[in-house]
Design a protein around this ligand. Structure first.
Ligand SMILES: NC(=O)c1ccc[n+]([C@@H]2O[C@H](COP(=O)([O-])OP(=O)(O)OC[C@H]3O[C@@H](n4cnc5c(N)ncnc54)[C@H](O)[C@@H]3O)[C@@H](O)[C@H]2O)c1
Length: 400
């Protein structure tokens, strides 16, 4: 029995991945690449070929831990390697544009973490490079992984099926609390030159993408407030791990927003509200979104990510109300390959689904979503939020 299975596997062509960055997202993407081909029947088999970081010992340890075959200490060497088909960018925003453009020029497919870039101008350059590469048969995608939660994918399907009717409201918040302590050190996420912006680009980018994805339409304009509550923080004193870090000596300036609040208008006239902060004491990674339409409403909470709430407004009022859909059925998005109903999924599965969707799009030679153009559009919303906040919240149209 083992023989035919082995030859069947050997017939699936490999997709050799080279990944830059090996910390928080590097670990999450490694899980995605490692697992996708073992759970889903994929037309190409992801191979964890090369991982890149600047410290030779640390990158070797990361390779061993996460299952990568080889290492590089310079991303320029990685993107030029003949044994890499796809470059996966898991570094802070200040290097996204340079790495992505070089990788596309070297003939690679690209997966780039969000936000696509630190500025609209960088995102434009990246999108142009991706469009030119598309004509050569290469594909590029942005890592807005919250689209890949089965419950949010189901919500998208229900909106597209017209279950909500005309959309009136989208209400969305993304709340964390890891900056509440004023002594938390000044990591790269708090420096504009590295991160582009603060809560806005980090958390706001996710909820802008998710809101537009679920609504099925772009925002037309925004009106915003941003604030930096703590303007000076201790410098870091060692390695930064995920969202945690230790302080060293000396202090430095926080050069990004700590929180961003904005309202927006969709092109259809539906209204939206957004809140992104790292100061919501007690909220660890709370992403909530609700959509209200003329026929019904949908609500999702990342802390209960196997569930979707749905109110069908066409039911008789006597027994209508929000009901909980347990999104673990085989005909729900992504779930036919996973566990029996009721055996829920978690955060890391979004990265497995992201890898699956990208591999399928590449094999089928269709444009993966979200594309770099989608990432550019989100970047334009972020820029409009910053412009509005600078001008006392004046309504600011999103540039097309
Ligand atoms: N999709 C999500 O849910 C999600 C969550 C967190 C972060 N992100 C995004 O992922 C990206 C990385 O964030 P993170 O949390 O993994 O950061 P991190 O600080 O945990 O890791 C960054 C990694 O990049 C490496 N790096 C930095 N500059 C480099 C360079 N020039 N060459 C090679 N390696 C370099 C660092 O050594 C480190 O390994 C950011 O764009 C961030 O916004 C996305």
């Amino acid at each position: 029995m083992a023989q035919p299975q082995q030859s069947e596997e050997a017939e699936v062509p490999p997709l050799r991945v080279g990944m830059v960055g090996y910390a928080f997202m590097g670990a999450a993407h490694s899980q995605g690449w490692r697992t996708a081909g073992r759970v889903f029947d994929l037309p190409r088999r992801p191979v964890l070929a090369v991982i890149c970081g600047r410290d030779a010992d640390a990158v070797r340890r990361a390779a061993d831990r996460h299952g990568w075959a080889d290492t590089e200490t310079d991303w320029r060497a990685l993107v030029e390697r003949d044994d890499v088909d796809l470059v996966d960018i898991c570094t802070p925003g200040d290097s996204h544009a340079e790495i992505a453009v070089a990788a596309l020029a070297a003939g690679k497919h690209v997966l780039c973490e969000k936000p696509l870039a630190n500025t609209v101008e960088e995102a434009q350059v990246m999108t142009r490079a991706a469009e030119e590469a598309f004509d050569r048969g290469q594909f590029a995608m942005v890592g807005f992984n919250y689209r890949r939660v089965p419950a949010t994918a189901l919500a998208r399907r229900m909106v597209a099926e017209g279950r909500l009717g005309t959309l009136r409201h989208v209400r969305v918040s993304y709340l964390q609390d890891w900056l509440v302590d004023p002594e938390f050190p000044l990591t790269w996420r708090l420096r504009r030159e590295q991160a582009g912006s603060g809560s806005l680009g980090d958390l706001g980018a996710h909820i802008v993408d998710l809101a537009q994805y679920l609504a099925g339409e772009p925002l037309a304009g925004v009106s915003a407030l941003t604030e930096t509550f703590v303007r000076e923080r201790p410098l870091t004193g060692g390695a930064v791990k995920g969202l945690s870090a230790v302080s060293g000596t000396g202090t430095g300036q926080v050069t990004v927003d700590d929180a961003a609040l904005f309202t927006g208008r969709f092109t259809s006239g539906a209204l939206a509200s957004f809140e992104a902060t790292r100061y919501a004491t007690g909220r660890k990674n709370s992403l909530r979104i609700e959509l209200n339409g003329e026929h019904g409403s949908l609500a999702f909470d990342l802390e209960r990510l196997n569930e979707l709430s749905f109110h069908d407004g066409t039911e008789p009022a006597a027994h209508a109300g929000f009901r909980r859909i347990l999104v673990t059925e085989p005909d729900h998005p992504y779930l036919d390959a996973w566990w029996p109903p009721g055996h829920g999924l978690g955060y890391e599965h979004t990265f497995v689904h992201q890898a699956r969707d990208l591999v399928q799009a590449i094999a089928e030679r269709r444009r993966p979503e979200p594309s770099f153009a989608d990432g550019l559009q989100v970047q334009r919303v972020l820029a409009a939020v910053e412009e509005s906040a600078e001008k006392n919240s004046v309504y600011t149209p999103i540039a097309v």
